[in-house]
Design a protein around this ligand. Structure first.
Ligand code: TXA
Ligand code: MG
Length: 326
């Protein structure tokens, strides 16, 4: 198993040293845990793609300490980027702009742009400070699977990598991946919804488009099936739940608001009604449901929409993308 390290200054220095040697490190952020490596090293980045079995065409986000470091990673840092970073950094917003050579081509699947984000988690910031340069970090899960929101999840994902250090950062505060905003085009576009929403962005930079779910073209990691449990997962509206469950004789896991009535031979994985708490617990709950030894996971989508709920709906739809819709 990988080693979970307390985030002491010695361990942070040790992890920064590993990054300098072209190796990877599990690092907590406020959204999800990442698998960090040196953005400038093709060899380091290749290793991260291989560890995740991730297609090399799917670009990685370069994490930066602050605006000064971002400017070394991108060209065209304009007034829009400045306003957004002033308002939301450090935080869950990745900004796509044309890249500089400091960010290696392999880390962005050969494209001419890079997504940069300054994470808010103090441990991620301490590591960036110690390393002094951008750290590319995809979510620390095997490709297509649920993102990890605790150090133990990362250890589970990379159980075969005995020498991988994971910095302990506690449970992630946001729990869903960052908003990815493309500023490299004439009209800004949200490629992946997250905690920073269109409503947050528009007052600062004007109209923002939102890319269609499942539209692969611009942001490969947003393809329809992603963030999925290994157990067959199905989306069932609350009004159809009782009749759907009646048809299922084998035990299933039901991920739904606390208080949802579920026959006793099935198992309810209760979710909170507050959007922030829901987002924070979604992946951890799906992971528990996945480990429960059931044939099917049924997710009842929340009736609420808007704000953070939209990001939660996006991830739930992806988790159930290849299952029959009821
Ligand atoms: O919250 C997060 O962003 C986490 C933490 C670790 O920071 N990271 C994360 O990385 O979710 P990853 O690799 O799992 O997802 C990155 C997403 C993918 O959908 C990818 O296609 C998109 O961002 N992306 C990255 N760079 C891009 C670029 N240059 N152009 C378009 N999309 C990009
Ligand atoms: Mg990911």
């Amino acid at each position: 198993m990988p080693v979970i390290l307390a985030p002491t200054s010695e361990n942070i220095a040790l992890c920064a040293e590993r990054l300098r040697r072209g190796l990877s490190v599990g690092v907590p952020t406020e959204t999800v845990y990442g698998l960090g490596c040196d953005s400038s090293s093709e060899a380091a980045v290749a290793e991260v793609y291989a560890m995740k079995s991730r297609p090399q065409s799917n670009p990685l986000i370069a994490h930066v300490l602050d605006i000064a470091m971002a400017k070394k990673a991108v060209v065209g840092w304009d007034v829009r980027a400045q306003r957004l970073a002033d308002a939301f950094w450090p935080g869950p917003l990745a900004i796509v702009l044309p890249r500089r050579a400091e960010i290696c081509a392999l880390s962005v699947g050969g494209r001419s742009s890079v997504a940069v984000r300054a994470p808010a988690h103090p441990v991620a910031r301490a590591l960036l400070e110690a390393f002094g340069r951008p750290i590319s970090a995809p979510s620390a899960n095997r490709s297509g699977r649920l993102s990890p929101t605790s150090a133990a999840h990362v250890a589970e994902e990379f159980a075969a990598f005995a020498d991988l250090p994971i910095l302990e950062g506690g449970p992630c505060e946001v729990g869903l991946e960052s908003t990815v905003l493309d500023l490299s085009r004439a009209r800004p576009m949200i490629l992946r919804p997250g905690a920073i929403t269109r409503k947050d962005l528009e007052p600062l930079i004007g109209p923002v488009a939102v890319s269609e779910i499942g539209h692969q073209g611009t942001s490969p990691g947003t393809s329809a099936q992603h963030y999925a449990p290994e157990t067959l997962s199905e989306l069932v509206d609350e009004k159809n739940l009782a009749s759907r469950l009646d048809l299922l004789t084998e035990r299933v896991a039901v991920v739904a608001f606390a208080g949802t009535r579920v026959p006793s031979h099935h198992e309810l994985f209760a979710m909170p009604r507050h959007a922030g708490a829901y987002a924070q617990l979604l992946y951890a709950t799906l992971r528990r449901a996945d480990a429960a030894g059931v044939t099917t996971i049924i997710i009842v989508p929340p009736s609420e929409h808007g704000g953070l709920w939209d990001a939660a709906h996006d991830r739930i739809r992806r988790a159930t993308a290849y299952a029959p819709r009821k």
